[in-house]
Design a protein around this ligand. Structure first.
Ligand code: FE2
Ligand code: FE2
Ligand code: FE2
Length: 186
């Protein structure tokens, strides 16, 4: 029989570090997918990957700030992205976003809520809302791939990473930032 005297790690800190690592890798992976999409002539998909890459960077920065505030240190293990065809890259990206939207962030939100960790809750909720849009935009791009050849602007909220294909709102639907403060990325 073994007895452990190690305290179990704070679940929300562990989740923040996992999310920081995931967002940091997604930032790098989507930049690589954008380069491949340009090479294959899918310039609008490249624009979308660049916008999402920027959004993931915003998520990573936001998670890192909460990690620091809670006394941790954000560290990511960046992996070399597996770049395939743009069709396959979109499929992989959709799977990743759906996992974050349906499994990872809902669980992290549940735990942060239970621990009353308001800052963690906010950064996880912001990310969840953006990942849902990424999944939707990637799915639409995959369904319309052959018409995705013209470089196009996407709009990214510089606070929460919300990503849109058109600026049809005056304020960010997630964090309320004025629309003119969105970054246009193409
Ligand atoms: Fe993200
Ligand atoms: Fe995402
Ligand atoms: Fe926002």
């Amino acid at each position: 029989m073994s007895t452990s005297t190690q305290p179990s790690p704070d679940p929300t800190m562990k989740n923040l570090l996992t999310a920081f690592n995931g967002e940091s890798n997604a930032h790098v992976r989507y930049a690589a997918f954008a380069k491949k999409a340009d090479e294959e002539g899918y310039h609008q998909v490249a624009s979308l990957f660049r916008a999402a890459s920027r959004a993931e960077q915003i998520h990573a920065t936001s998670h890192a700030a909460v990690i620091c505030k809670l006394g941790g240190s954000p560290e990511a293990a960046i992996e070399v992205p597996e770049v395939r065809s743009t069709r396959e890259n979109l499929q992989a990206a959709i799977a990743g976003e759906e996992y974050e939207r349906d499994v990872m962030y809902p669980e992290f939100i549940r735990q942060a809520d239970a621990q009353q960790q308001a800052a963690a809750l906010r950064t996880f909720r912001n990310a969840l809302a953006a990942e849902a849009e990424h999944a939707r935009l990637y799915t639409a791009a995959l369904a319309n791939l052959e018409n995705m050849r013209t470089k196009t602007s996407y709009y990214v909220c510089s606070v929460c990473g919300y990503t849109a294909d058109q600026l049809t709102f005056e304020r960010c639907p997630v964090c309320n930032l004025p629309g003119e403060k969105f970054e246009a990325i193409s």
